[in-house]
Ligand binder design. Structure first.
Ligand code: SF4
Length: 362
């Protein structure tokens, strides 16, 4: 029905920069970094689309878009705590390509390729051109698993990036899942609206929709410059077909670990019609220590952000517990007990107040 990994991927792939030579020739990396970039490229996939390459300021080594995609020698330094499978997908995978971590939802990793390869990717050991996507029979087995468990209410399609598939294959996947009565929500995690906005066509948007089901797209972006006019137009095409849009970002050192950038990023999402949803604490993926921000700093940033943004623009800061134990909110609680039956409530400016429950007499 759907999956032959060599076919059905949309044609943006041919125009990408995927080698050290291509990055250097495009002026996006200095020639003297060739050896470093080649060494990393032998280990991890490289990919940058014209849309994102066009947003990079040439000659600026600290450019926040370039740094997310240009290999760096530090990727080859492995911290002892880092893991090939940092969020424990394997421990919760009853059939190949499917992760069942929470009772009411599963995740299906449809493809192993992306339009761009983020240098901090949490699945970097499992994705790239040499990795296999789900075969027809593996997808059929995943469908059987979903069909057999009436508690599964939501299916999350991920990878890799599932919106690298053609509208025809997306429609086939949507149709197969939508035919399962107890599945009510299909959520697609993707970087395509920013990485290849021209590929997010009306036909693709229509392929995500199914009668009686809720279609959600979680748009991945980490810096406000990623959400320019083309990305906003791609989001609009999805929204016009009735797709709900939410955001996902990673808190990244030197990219968005300051309140001004996070503020601008979340406002840019809302401007694009995307509800800020998740700000991920960096996972323990190999070679990514140089990207991670201390949790205490992430918590302080969230408190500062709350003093500036309405609830509409606030994401939830989340941590995936290594080993597959799930995702938890990582922000500081605003309310705690004082040990005497009262609550201490911290306002967005950090000032504490006493709150006492006033309840109906029994
Ligand atoms: S788009 Fe997602 S899966 Fe692909 S490299 Fe980036 S973080 Fe990893």
């Amino acid at each position: 029905m759907r999956n032959s990994p060599a076919s059905g991927i949309i044609p943006f792939r041919t125009r990408r920069l995927t080698t050290p030579d291509a990055l250097i020739e495009a002026g996006l990396a200095a020639p003297e970094r060739r050896g470093e970039i080649e060494a990393v490229a032998e280990r991890y996939a490289v990919g940058l689309t014209p849309a994102l390459a066009g947003l990079i300021r040439p000659g600026d080594a600290a450019d926040p878009i370039a740094r997310q995609f240009i290999p760096d020698a530090r990727e080859l330094i492995r911290d002892p705590a880092e893991r090939d499978d940092p969020i424990g997908d394997d421990a919760k995978s009853p059939v190949k390509g499917l992760v069942h971590r929470y009772p009411d939802r599963v995740l299906i990793k449809l493809v192993s390729v992306c339009a761009v390869y983020c240098r901090f990717c949490f699945r970097r050991e499992r994705i790239g051109p040499g990795s296999a996507s789900l075969s027809d029979s593996e997808f059929a087995a995943a469908l059987d698993y979903v069909r057999a468990d009436p508690a599964i209410w939501e299916v999350i399609l991920t990878g890799g990036d599932p919106l690298t598939l053609s509208p025809r294959r997306i429609a086939a996947t949507t149709g197969a899942l939508a035919a399962i009565d107890h599945v009510k929500t299909l959520r697609w995690h993707t970087r395509m609206p920013v990485a290849a906005p021209e590929s997010v066509t009306q036909a693709m948007a229509r392929a995500l929709r199914a009668e009686g089901k809720t279609a959600v797209v979680a748009v991945h972006a980490n810096h406000p410059r990623e959400l320019g006019a083309a990305a906003r137009a791609a989001c609009r095409r999805l929204a016009d077909q009735g797709v709900m849009l939410v955001s996902q970002s990673v808190l990244l050192k030197g990219i968005n670990d300051d309140v001004e950038t996070l503020d601008a990023l979340m406002r840019a999402f809302v401007h694009a019609g995307v509800k800020p949803y998740y700000l991920h604490h960096g996972d323990l993926a190999p070679g990514t220590a140089h990207w991670r921000v201390p949790i205490a700093k992430g918590q302080a940033l969230m408190r500062d952000l709350r003093s500036r943004l309405s609830g509409l623009a606030m994401p939830t800061y989340v941590l995936d517990i290594p080993g597959g134990h799930g995702k938890v909110p990582a922000g500081l609680p605003s309310i705690r007990g004082d040990g005497a039956g009262r609550h201490i409530v911290t306002d967005p400016q950090g000032v504490e107040h006493i709150y006492v429950d006033r309840l109906e007499e029994p």
